[in-house]
Every structure is written in structure tokens, then in C-alpha cells.
Design a protein around this ligand. Structure first.
Ligand code: SF4
Length: 378
């Protein structure tokens, strides 16, 4: 029996953040109900997934899933259970933006079976939240965490961003310190990436916005890791930190190159040696589902050598690295016999280290994940 992940995408937001290039749209509230119907249909199309699969994790992301009322999200979860064999001990996460969930909604979600909440904080300082185009203040975040704990959530994560133009070291340290003090079990810390097609992208092109310099951004990253360790959150992936036993199982499956199904516009799937992605347009998705068509816009076959490369590329993002026994069981040969020169070179450059159980990236290796990945690209 294979345990896989299930991702559901909810593409609606109150307003578009200035840095965001995710498939998420503001001002489309009138499509929220038709979208749910479409999502239900797509899930039903997986009824023939097969007896050999079970769902170990469900992640409802966005967008802002919590723009929906609690009962609707619980109905979606019920539909997951109706269409897929969901394990009893499944990790079930819903993303929540502060300002879109009150105590009642959080109570309904916890009672309905959600057991992990991932909250978009991004920064502790209201001035930075405003600059990023977020809809909320830090007080909204504090309230959300408090209400979530009262509702019964004991697995709470937050997303934060560093490298924001104008963000000081003190502000970054305060963000981490205060967020963790609220009682989080998990934190994802991402470097701001300025993408074409966003407000920040336009500002960068016109010279209105200057990205933080690399050296300064790296300094914030390393200072953040040190502080989080002192606060009891251990780094388990380049951008992810958790208290003991609270690593995100859903994302671990991605980094271990496991299989997953994604439903909703813009969602991707990796199944049966294929990778496929749904189109990002909400109306097209709704129309295709209502007409019984496929939501998929692209498909690619993952051949054996690509699959192997992806396992190495993703696995070395994790501090646990690649366990020798797991690798041998999966591919029928040992990592050291398949890549003797590559491993020797990466070890001599201080990017990988080896013990009896695994090859792991060093802290330098986590900084140069691309160099590690490229070494295995044949
Ligand atoms: S809330 Fe999240 S998904 Fe929505 S616009 Fe902001 S960053 Fe994008």
C-alpha cells in the first residue's frame, strides 16, 4: 500500500499581496460556490485511483481557503474521505490568513477533523505587512493563534518572509521571536522572491524597488536559523523548522519525492510516473469540470533517470539527507556505488557529510543546494 498526499487549491483572496505570483485572485467571490462544485467533481474523478493507494496527508492551500465558511471546508474534507481512502491518522492542514477566521470558524474546523493550521504571518511589524500588501495586522495573527489553540489546534505553523527591502535585522529577529512565543510548533521562513507580473516585479523594473543585497539576505537567513534553534525549533529543510515531532508530513512527502494528487486550478500531481498540472484560470477550471473534461493543461512522463535525479535534488534539501538504506531499497543499488565521484567531490568541498546511516547536506550544502543538485545531473 502506497501512502500519498492530497493537495486542494483554493484560489480566492481578499486582495492580492504585492509579491504574490501564486494562482490566487481577488474580487472573484461570486465564483466561490461554483468552484467548490468543480472541486468536488474533480475529486470524484479520482474514484478509480486504485486499491494500492491511501492518503496520509491532506493540505488545503491557496489562496485563502479560510475565505470559505467553516462548514463548507468541512464538507470538502468529507468529500475527500468519500472519494479517497484517507488514513485515520492523516495530517490534515488548512491554510489560514489572519483576518479571515474567527473563533467559531476555527472551532468548526477543529471539530470537523482538521488537525493542523498553517497561518500566513509574513512579518511581525505592521509597517512591513502594509508594505507587502497584506490585509492583516500582527494583532490579527496573535488573535488567530489564540483562538486556534482554544479551538483545539495543537499543531500550528506560520509562514514568514525575510529579505524584504528595508527590513532590518532587528525586525527579522523580532518576527521570529514573537511568532514562536505565540506557541507555534512549526515555522516556514522564505526569502522574498520578486517575480514578474507582481506589483513588486513592476516596481523593480521601474526602479522603485531595490532587492536586498545577497550578503545581507544570507546573513538574515543564518541569524534566523541560530535564533530558531535557541527557541527550540530545529531546521529540517532549507526553509522549514519544527519542534520535535512536528515536521510537516505533507511537505516531507514532496521532498522525499513521493507521489501526490493535486485538485483545483493550478494544482499539480505526481502519480504513476507522470507529472501533470491543472490550468490556473478559475473560469476555465469550472467550465471544464462542469462539462466533464480534464482540468489538466500539461503532462510529462517521468522516466527512471529523471525520477532518480529528482529524488537526489529534493532529498538533499532535507537536513536528514538521503538515508542509505531507503535509497538502496528504492533503487536496488547503493548511493555510494552509483555516484562515487560526485559524492567524493561534494564531501571534499564541504557540501555533504556522511555517516553510517545517510549522506546529509552540511549547513554550507543547504546554502548551495543548486550546486549539489547539479553534481547529480547527468
Ligand atoms: S494571501 Fe497568500 S495567496 Fe493570497 S495574495 Fe497574499 S500571498 Fe497570495
Amino acid at each position: 500500500m502506497k501512502t500519498i498526499g492530497l493537495y486542494l487549491h483554493f484560489p480566492f483572496c481578499i486582495q492580492k499581496c504585492r509579491y504574490c505570483d501564486f494562482p490566487s485572485y481577488a474580487g472573484r467571490e461570486n465564483r466561490m460556490i461554483p468552484y467548490l462544485r468543480a472541486l468536488f467533481r474533480e475529486m470524484e474523478s479520482y474514484a478509480s485511483l486504485g486499491q494500492d493507494y491511501e492518503i496520509g496527508t491532506i493540505f488545503m492551500g491557496g489562496g485563502t481557503p479560510t475565505l470559505y465558511d467553516g462548514d463548507s471546508l468541512v464538507r470538502v474534507l468529507d468529500q475527500c474521505r468519500a472519494c479517497f481512502p484517507v488514513r485515520k491518522d492523516a495530517e490534515i492542514t488548512v491554510e489560514c490568513n489572519p483576518g479571515t477566521a474567527d473563533p467559531e470558524k476555527l472551532r468548526i474546523l477543529a471539530k470537523g477533523g482538521f488537525n493542523r493550521l498553517s497561518i500566513g504571518l509574513q512579518a511581525w511589524q505592521d509597517r512591513l505587512l502594509k508594505f507587502l500588501g497584506r490585509i492583516h495586522t500582527r494583532q490579527h495573527f496573535i488573535d488567530t493563534v489564540h483562538w486556534a489553540r482554544e479551538a483545539g489546534f495543537d499543531n500550528l505553523s506560520a509562514d514568514v518572509i525575510f529579505g524584504i527591502p528595508g527590513q532590518t535585522r532587528e525586525e527579522w529577529m523580532e518576527t521570529l521571536d514573537q511568532a514562536v512565543a505565540c506557541g507555534l510548533t512549526h515555522l516556514s521562513a522564505y526569502s522574498l522572491s520578486i517575480e514578474e507580473g507582481t506589483v513588486f516585479g513592476d516596481w523593480k523594473r521601474s526602479g522603485k524597488l531595490r532587492e536586498m543585497e545577497d550578503g545581507q539576505e544570507r546573513e538574515l537567513y543564518h541569524q534566523g536559523i541560530t535564533l530558531l534553534r535557541q527557541l527550540g525549533l530545529v531546521q529540517y529543510e532549507i526553509s522549514n523548522f519544527a519542534r520535535q515531532g512536528f515536521a510537516c508530513r505533507h511537505n516531507l512527502n514532496y521532498w522525499r519525492n513521493g507521489e501526490y494528487v493535486g485538485c483545483g486550478c493550478g494544482a499539480h500531481s505526481h502519480l504513476h510516473s507522470m507529472r501533470y498540472g491543472n490550468g490556473r484560470n478559475v473560469d476555465t477550471y469550472i467550465r471544464r469540470m462542469s462539462q466533464g473534461e480534464s482540468a489538466v493543461d500539461f503532462r510529462e512522463n517521468i522516466d527512471d533517470s529523471t525520477e532518480l535525479f529528482e529524488t537526489l535534488m529534493l532529498g538533499f534539501r532535507l537536513t536528514e539527507g538521503i538515508r542509505k538504506k531507503d535509497f538502496r531499497n528504492r533503487y536496488g543499488f547503493s548511493l555510494s556505488s552509483g555516484y562515487p565521484e560526485e559524492l567524493k567531490s561534494l564531501k571534499s568541498r564541504g557540501l555533504l557529510e556522511e555517516d553510517e546511516e545517510a549522506f546529509r547536506p552540511t549547513s554550507l550544502g543547504l546554502d548551495f543546494e543548486n550546486v549539489i543538485a547539479l553534481a547529480f545531473l547527468k
